[in-house]
Design a protein. Structure first.
Ligand code: CA
Length: 241
């Protein structure tokens, strides 16, 4: 039940990150999840949570709102910038649920304290089943950088919430670069990845498409801040700050 399939068809255990500073509760949750076959990590602060999310790439996050330092709202906001990992928020009575589940935070579900760990387990299973159907498996569906938003499923790009018209190749190039932020690709690699064949000779095709993308997306196309040139090597998409 707590297994998923990797690309080789083997089962791997699913990972849950519990973010809760109350030690008794986080231990009870860890115990319950592990008994059901999940790998479970605990983070006691928001900062620790953000670190573990980058390092361990959990399949789901159980996130308490009240935390020392960065609170659960802020953790949720930051995770949503770069990840599609399902989040269940633990809320207190009287919490603004519209905010928790709404656009601003975008948590997948919530439970109000106190709750029965079995109820949490049921919610976790339901969400993981749903996301298995959506085939997320940590593949991002929406990529965001500053005011740029790339919706990979709908194949649409927005800048400051306004849709930008891109050609199919421009979209393919942008989404490939943006799916691998910080990674430098040579023109030849981009031709192979985006155009799908060894495109002998004319690597300028890439340059032309990059220029068009910058004209459409960058505030100052001559001093790009998203699609960066790495001199003598190629191009890369900037990582989120
Ligand atoms: Ca707490």
């Amino acid at each position: 039940m707590a297994d998923k399939y990797n690309q080789g068809g083997q089962t791997v255990k699913q990972k849950i990150l519990v973010v809760e500073d109350e030690k008794t509760l986080s231990k009870v949750l860890k115990f319950n999840f592990e008994r059901e076959g999940f790998i479970t990590e605990i983070a006691f602060t928001g900062e620790e949570a953000l670190e573990k999310i980058e390092k361990d790439a959990p399949d789901l996050i159980v996130l308490d709102i009240m935390l020392p330092g960065i609170d659960g709202f802020e953790v949720c906001r930051r995770v949503r910038k770069n990840h599609d990992i399902p989040i269940i928020m633990l809320t207190a009575k009287g919490e603004d649920i519209d905010k928790v589940l709404g656009l601003e935070l975008g948590a997948d579900d919530y439970l109000t304290k106190p709750f029965n760990p079995r109820e949490l387990l049921a919610r976790v299973r339901a969400i993981l089943r749903r996301s298995a159907h959506n085939n997320t498996d940590n593949i991002k569906k929406v990529i965001k950088l500053d005011t740029l938003r790339i919706d990979l499923l709908q194949r649409k790009v927005y800048l400051k919430n306004k849709q930008v018209d891109l050609t199919a190749k421009e979209f393919a190039l942008l989404s490939f670069l943006a799916s691998n932020p910080g990674q430098v690709f040579s023109r030849e690699q981009l031709l192979e990845q985006v155009w799908g064949y060894n495109y002998y000779g004319d690597a300028r095709t890439v340059d032309v498409h990059i220029r068009h993308l910058r004209e459409k997306l960058e505030l100052d196309p001559k001093n790009p801040e998203m699609i960066l040139t790495v001199w003598g090597v190629g191009y890369k998409f900037r990582e989120a700050r």
